[in-house]
Design a protein around this ligand. Structure first.
Ligand SMILES: Nc1ncnc2c1ncn2[C@@H]1O[C@H](COP(=O)(O)OP(=O)(O)OP(=O)(O)O)[C@@H](O)[C@H]1O
Ligand SMILES: [Mg+2]
Length: 588
């Protein structure tokens, strides 16, 4: 991924510096007390100190404003100036963002691999875009209507009438190269340029639609058991090292979205650098273009200012909504929301706020709820559908899922993909627990498959879950009495469940052929495990000894996922047919 500083410009501080500056009165880490700003609004954008560090006003008290600052305040001294901008924290959205790496305020970062270091851009670059008009001057247009299109990107990037603007299209630019700041259209006297500023905490207006389709992640443990729909919300909850980041990265790489907004929030910087490198190598199987071209990375890694984690979460949301409004499906991936919550906890301890559970601020549940509520599927003004899906991770300290961030997140998301320590220890990856995970979207997904060529999806899922649950129960008994003392039918049920775990649910992110898996191959793998179960049951019912069935080599089916390409459902079916024919020969 190249640094995108030639294609975009940093978040616009955009300060109206007409008002005289205030002064820094006290510096308490990222919390800075300011005087002389008059009466700024809560959450007004401020620039603090000679270096103009960005921040937001978080409280006001008798002429003194308290700001949270999004950069290191180490060099900041009492008495330095501060400016209130007259508007809330905003980012500049426009074409040319995809493929770039940014900080939490959408300022481009250099893409060096060992550290993602801020490059201070004194003067924003001035890119140009190829524009094609798609509207008729003289017609009446409203917010969200298509004015034109920018060529050359990985997605169909539209110029829309911005939110809040409507009226006669007075003028529209001609096809060709246009600089970023150039006027491209005028609507009822309002100047429309390629990009615009948007306050990150304010949801972009949208019309929700209940209409849904699955988000295919390519990960069988998710797609077969607890899938979500486009516009939905999910979280991966898992203890230290259980595979949260790997699973999120798999969704980022293989999820069938148009745009991925990946937020590295308080996690290790080297992981993010590795992800960027991998994305540069990979091709999107759907478009044939580089995966990196549809991805936008917001890096607020553990070595970066803690408070900007909050900004990065809202910035991601704003950027995703921007693409959603073009009729695209944007997926936000945030690793980890626990680090965001920790930043809020640090803030509230520094401001002396009365803490609630575990020291978190009392409004933590509200903030989480408001964040997840911004996900959804919408109807665009142009009649298309767009969506923002949110997939996050939660890292409960000590794996205790009753702690506040885990507990509240589970209330607000549609799906929880819970990682299981024992599976992770056994190197069963992804270590998604079939017992403790859930998705409220399962019925919607089953309905979608029913009318899109796979009416058996729901029943196969139900059989897989039942098989796994039966085997879990039987294994407890087998631990007591020994497998050999169990009835033959129970023994082949355990055998089939072992096969389902190894041949279907395990999926290595590092496998050449199996990192991702098409729906058809997923269905073929699962069906073959269920068919083996049926066949084994009829064998033992016909009198075949359980040991004979247990001794049969199911290896070809276990290896099929890695030996067959990600789309090769037919190949899997052929392997399964041979295995089943061999099994049938065991009939007494
Ligand atoms: N899907 C997978 N395929 C192959 N290996 C995996 C998979 N998931 C996890 N692993 C293995 O587990 C290790 C830890 O995974 P990961 O870093 O994703 O855990 P984590 O939960 O994000 O950890 P932390 O709590 O430190 O953030 C990986 O380095 C990898 O070896
Ligand atoms: Mg991790």
């Amino acid at each position: 991924m190249t640094t995108s500083d030639t294609r975009t410009r940093p978040a616009r501080a955009g300060s109206r510096r007409a008002r005289p500056p205030g002064r820094v009165r006290r510096v308490n880490g990222p919390v800075v007390h300011l005087t002389g700003l008059g009466t700024p609004a809560r959450l007004e954008f401020v620039e603090v100190g000679d270096d103009r560090l960005p921040g937001e006003i978080i409280s006001l008290d008798r002429g003194e404003a308290v700001a949270q600052v999004y950069e290191h305040t180490g060099g900041l001294r009492v008495g330095e100036p501060a400016w209130a901008a007259g508007h809330p924290l905003s980012v500049h959205v426009g074409p040319g963002l995809l493929g770039g790496i940014y900080d939490g305020l959408l300022r481009p970062l250099t893409g060096g691999s060992d550290l993602l270091e801020r490059r201070r851009l004194e003067r924003p670059p001035e890119p140009a875009y190829r524009f094609t008009p798609r509207a008729e001057p003289g017609t009446v247009v409203g917010a969200g209507d298509v004015l034109g299109e920018f060529d050359g990107g990985a997605v169909r990037h539209l110029l829309l009438v911005p939110p809040g603007v409507a009226g006669t299209l007075d003028w529209l630019a001609e096809a060709g190269e246009h600089a970023a700041e150039e006027e491209l259209a005028r609507v009822a006297g309002h100047r429309v340029t390629a990009g615009h500023d948007w306050p990150v905490r304010r949801p972009r207006p949208a019309t929700r639609t209940p209409d849904s389709r699955p988000l295919h992640t390519g990960q069988r443990a998710i797609d077969l058991l607890d899938p979500i729909t486009a516009g939905s919300t999910a979280t991966v909850i898992g203890g230290f090292g259980e595979g949260k980041t790997m699973l999120l990265e798999q969704v980022a790489k293989w999820g069938d979205a148009d745009v991925i907004v990946y937020v590295g929030c308080g996690e290790r910087g080297n992981e993010l650098a590795d992800l960027i490198e991998e994305l540069e190598q990979l091709t999107d199987p759907r478009t044939g273009r580089g995966l990196v071209e549809r991805t936008l990375i917001l890096a607020n890694t553990s070595n970066m200012p803690v408070m900007a984690r909050e900004a990065s979460i809202y910035t991601a949301m704003t950027v995703a909504e921007y693409y959603r409004d073009m009729g695209l499906h944007a997926v936000i991936i945030a690793d980890s929301t626990s680090r965001w919550a920790e930043a809020r906890r640090e803030l509230s301890s520094r401001t002396g706020a009365v803490p609630a559970e575990h020291g978190y601020p009392p409004d933590l549940p509200m903030s989480l709820a408001a964040f997840y509520q911004r996900a959804g599927r919408v109807t665009t003004a142009a009649g298309g559908t767009g969506a923002v899906t949110i997939v996050t991770s939660v890292s409960p300290p000590g794996g205790d899922v009753t702690e506040p961030v885990s507990a509240h997140t589970q209330r607000f998301v549609q799906a929880v993909w819970s990682l299981d320590r024992e599976l992770a220890y056994a190197r069963h990856y992804p270590a998604v627990s079939w017992q403790r995970s859930f998705s409220r979207d399962v019925d919607a997904v089953a309905r979608w498959y029913a009318v899109h060529g796979d009416p058996g999806w729901g029943e196969r899922r139900a059989r897989l879950l039942a098989l796994l649950a039966d085997a879990d129960r039987l294994r407890d008994i087998a631990d007591l009495v020994g497998r050999s003392a169990m009835p033959a039918e129970e023994r082949v049920t355990m055998l089939a469940a072992d096969l389902a775990r190894a041949a279907v649910l395990q999926q290595s992110a590092l496998s050449e052929h199996d990192a991702t898996c098409s729906s058809a191959k997923q269905a073929a793998l699962l069906q073959s495990a269920l068919d083996v179960h049926d066949e084994a049951l009829s064998l033992v019912r016909a009198g075949a000894p359980a040991t004979l069935v247990e001794g049969f080599d199911l290896g070809p089916l276990v290896r099929a996922k890695d030996e067959r390409g990600p789309d090769d459902a037919d190949g899997v079916v052929a392997v399964a047919a041979r295995v089943l024919a061999g099994l049938r020969e065991l009939a007494p």
